[in-house]
Design a protein around this ligand. Sequence first.
Ligand SMILES: *[C@@H]1O[C@H](CO)[C@@H](O)[C@H](O)[C@H]1NC(C)=O
Ligand SMILES: *[C@@H]1O[C@H](CO)[C@@H](O)[C@H](O)[C@H]1NC(C)=O
Ligand SMILES: *[C@@H]1O[C@H](CO)[C@@H](O)[C@H](O)[C@H]1NC(C)=O
Ligand SMILES: *[C@@H]1O[C@H](CO)[C@@H](O)[C@H](O)[C@H]1NC(C)=O
Ligand SMILES: *[C@@H]1O[C@H](CO)[C@@H](O)[C@H](O)[C@H]1NC(C)=O
Length: 540
Amino acid sequence: MGKALVQFTLFGLLLALATTLPNRGDWDIYSFHINATVTSRYAITVITSRVVNRMDESKEIEFHVQIPKNAFISKFKMLIDGKEYDGVVKAKEQAQQQYDAAVSRGESAGIVSSVGRTLEEFKTSVTVAPHKKITFELTYEELLKRRLGKYELQIHARPMQPVRDFKVDVHISEKAGISFLDIKGGLNTNALANAVTRTIVDKEAWVYFYPTEDQQKMCDSCGDEGLNGDLVILYDVNRNNSLGDIKISNGYFVHHFAPSNLVRLSKNVVFVIDQSGSMHGRKIEQTRIALIHILNDLAEDDYFGVISFDSNLFHWKRELVQATSANVDSAKIFAQNIKDRGATNINSAVLEGARMLNANPREGSASILILLTDGDPTTGVINLDKIQSNVKRAIAGKFPLYCLGFGFDVNFEFLESMALQNDGAARRIYEDADANLQLQGFYEEVATPLLTDVMMVYVGGTNLTQTNFSQYYNGSEIVVAGEITNNDIETFTPQVVAISSNTRMVFNNPNISLEPPETKFDRIQRVWAYLTVKQLMEKE
Ligand SMILES: *[C@@H]1O[C@H](CO)[C@@H](O)[C@H](O)[C@H]1NC(C)=O
Ligand SMILES: *[C@@H]1O[C@H](CO)[C@@H](O)[C@H](O)[C@H]1NC(C)=O
Ligand SMILES: *[C@@H]1O[C@H](CO)[C@@H](O)[C@H](O)[C@H]1NC(C)=O
Ligand SMILES: *[C@@H]1O[C@H](CO)[C@@H](O)[C@H](O)[C@H]1NC(C)=O
Ligand SMILES: *[C@@H]1O[C@H](CO)[C@@H](O)[C@H](O)[C@H]1NC(C)=O
């Protein structure tokens, strides 16, 4: 009797699913290509999906892909019956209503919304006449960011069915030479190993991924619906010139600055850890694990402090102390005993962290304030603008603030704008089995400061993207783009001025290479536009 009941329920569920899924028999994706070309870390990716309506009646055909969050969509078009239509792309979640309205009016619109950690979803659908074909073509662009010594190109493939003609083509071209290339991601599994080929020749690399229809059902998260996963290409470039390289074309320049042959600076770091009631359970456990691991990684000449907070503040020590093994051991015991309870007083906690750093200004070292929280301020000062202005005044541009938002109950925009106002960045930590690794990974990125007060100076340059950076970390990269005044390359003089352990360093005469101007499609200018727009959005 119990069994019959279960079967009945399952049957009902299956029926419900069947009516909401697009009917795969109605249309067929007969070709799906992803073509990414990367030149000087700027990636342009084109997804082309060709679909046929098999039915004797008009059918709504869906195009649904996932693209990296950092990317901008630069073009979306459809080809129906030899005619080309430019699609309208509506941004983010707010557009859902407009999208629904447009679809109900029978218009075609694309929509972008956030999914997962690093991807965003692009979705559109179009009514196609009986037995007609349609081609969707989406182009997106992104500047690959260097993290922990690698650039990462993420390609997500989920066509929703096995596809006869499925191809991913990646071409990377880096003038300085490719120092290594690695392929990772859920699609690079054993079952699909022979579907991947790679060729690296000095300055260029090609990666092809051509799985057969059978192989498309074989990777870890793949199945009857075909591929579902990522191909992640990691690489780095040669750098024998610590001054970086500058590329110029059509009156625009881009400067990549990533020296690694410098001594590491010692750090002053204060960890401000939320222990409010909402951190209960796995979050507080993972925070403890990560914190203990991070404390272990401190260098002996680093100075550090740990504060945990709810409605009150709990100091391990009131002032910064040196990371001797005895001090680290004692801090680890403090970290082990952080307990969840009470409300969230972000204002007092961050101000106290700033006070500790301000009270211990060691010449020639790099100060860093790190806040980890999982919720909105609920006690003390709770007005967000007031907190931001208090924090800005306390930090006064002297060191960066990094905000880690744990889970989805945080006001991430608040954390992000507070971090950006103080030369830092915000990162979301996803509540998952690997949250402690995410925390450690973030810390690693800032663990080795090499320079402070970095000023990128371009005499003869104009319309520059951000030029002042409070710190530069090993494994990262500073990228500046701009226009060359009157396209006069003779007077254009780039220079980097920065502090490295008490010494003022000047980097000049970098390796300037003139790129042959590309007609109608200038990448250098695109990098400039990309950075300008990204930075304007951050200022917002
Ligand atoms: C990929 O795109 C590039 C640049 O648009 C083009 O030159 C190349 O032929 C394309 N490759 C494939 C396999 O379509
Ligand atoms: C770096 O050095 C390698 C040889 O070690 C050379 O092939 C390459 O062209 C150099 N790159 C730059 C940017 O100078
Ligand atoms: C910076 O990173 C490079 C490459 O990973 C490494 O060789 C170098 O030792 C690092 N520098 C410092 C100061 O840790
Ligand atoms: C960069 O920093 C220098 C020195 O602190 C300052 O004079 C300059 O105005 C800053 N530039 C920008 C664009 O903030
Ligand atoms: C500048 O870079 C080019 C390749 O981008 C390389 O061939 C050349 O040797 C470099 N010159 C210097 C002085 O590093």
